[in-house]
Design a protein. Structure first.
Length: 389
């Protein structure tokens, strides 16, 4: 039970700290707004001169950046209502297959004597044909005790890394298999990866485990380029600050570190607007880096929220296919009302709820009894399950 009186008193005691932090945040936003205007007046070559001393300066401009061109590129289409927007979207998507994958999992519990885990990945292919044909399916893997064993200490910051990795790999496998199967198909499909193609979340992992993730993403990028099928990593709520870091290097800024790219750009964008394309040059502790094979933009997909981060293989920009891809993403977000419809559907297919978790453990209990396995639940877990009935 939350002690509301004490919480309110504690917040009130630190109101000056909250106000001070907000003041610094606003000042940093104003500074960054000014530097974005200044950078717009610079050539790509001038920017690169300032970044030359940094091996990984956060981001690098593409050839899309030209002197006196704004960092924000307006969206040309204008509509009076959602019906007009939807008509535009359906025209853009007509006949173009889109595939999205998403995963969910049941991690092994310390309250259960036998380690077991479940990975479930769903996918949704919308063919955008007049007959409304689509494919919606799931793939499930159960992980046994020997597949969950670990040499980590109990205090490991990644206690579920085995099952997290299996989920990640399965999503990548489904996308690469699809791209290989659809090579040469016209019009080219668009594949959505749910999340970032930049695996900074692995920087605290051991090098051999980082390698698993970087090899998987390299394979995804290489398959996309080999087959010519566009791939998009969609990050709805991004906390990346690659552009902020780049601006800090170009203009020698001393920032508080709280501002993300999306918050910096939010108030400068209308629906459908995007940033220029940038090359990712993030500085983190991930080895076997491939980041500069990934470009990104920020795309405004709702009226009120910060822009989404859209990541894609660099070949898409270099071959001039990026505008078509961005329109397909916009169209998906029109149909999904602010979020790509394909990803939304894949998530609905894949999601595992707390009720699903309870159902799984009841099923596993019956399996253990049949196989005469010594399955035990802790008293705490038994009590929780009883209260939920």
């Amino acid at each position: 039970m939350l002690a509301l009186r004490q919480i309110l008193a504690a917040l009130d005691a630190k109101r000056d700290r909250f106000s001070s932090a907000e003041k610094v945040f606003r000042q940093d936003l104003e500074t960054l707004a000014q530097t974005m205007e200044q950078m717009s007046a610079m050539s790509r070559e001038e920017i690169e001169v300032h970044l030359a001393e940094y091996q990984n300066p956060g981001a690098r401009p593409t050839a899309e950046h030209q002197k006196n061109i704004n960092i924000i590129i307006p969206f040309a289409e204008k509509w009076s209502n959602h019906s007009q927007a939807r008509d535009w979207a359906m025209g853009i998507l007509h006949g173009v297959p889109t595939l999205a994958t998403d995963g969910s999992q049941i991690s092994p519990s310390k309250d259960v004597s036998i380690p077991v885990g479940v990975v479930q990945v769903g996918w949704f292919e919308n063919r955008h044909q007049p007959d409304g044909s689509y494919v919606k399916d799931i793939q499930v893997e159960v992980l046994a005790p020997d597949e969950l064993s670990s040499d980590d200490t109990p205090e490991s910051v990644f206690p579920d890394w085995h099952i997290n990795w299996r989920r990640f790999k399965l999503e990548v496998d489904l996308l690469t298999d699809y791209m290989n199967a659809k090579a040469g198909v016209k019009p080219k499909p668009l594949c959505f990866f749910d999340g970032s193609l930049i695996v900074s979340f692995t920087e605290q992992m051991r090098p051999d485990r980082q390698q698993l993730y970087t090899d998987a993403v390299r394979r995804l990028l290489e398959t996309s380029e080999k087959t010519g099928i566009p791939l998009v990593g969609y990050v709805d709520t991004s906390y990346a600050n690659d552009l902020v870091v780049m601006l800090g290097h170009v203009f020698n800024l001393n920032l508080s570190g709280r501002i993300t790219d999306a918050r910096m750009l939010r108030l400068r964008m209308n629906w459908g607007d995007r940033s220029q394309a940038f090359i990712c040059a993030r500085d983190d502790r991930v080895s076997n880096r491939y980041y500069e094979q990934v470009c990104f933009i920020y795309l405004k997909t709702t009226a009120d929220s910060p822009p989404a981060r859209i990541e894609f293989p660099r070949w898409i920009y270099e071959t001039g296919e990026h505008e078509r891809v961005f329109d397909l993403v916009r169209a998906e977000c029109v149909v999904g009302i602010g979020y790509p419809y394909s990803l939304e559907t894949a998530d609905a297919v894949a999601v595992l709820t707390m009720q699903d978790r309870d159902k799984f453990y009841r099923l596993f209990q019956r399996f253990a009894e049949k196989e005469e396995l010594p399955l035990r639940f802790s008293r705490k877990a038994t009590s929780k399950r009883g209260r939920r009935v």
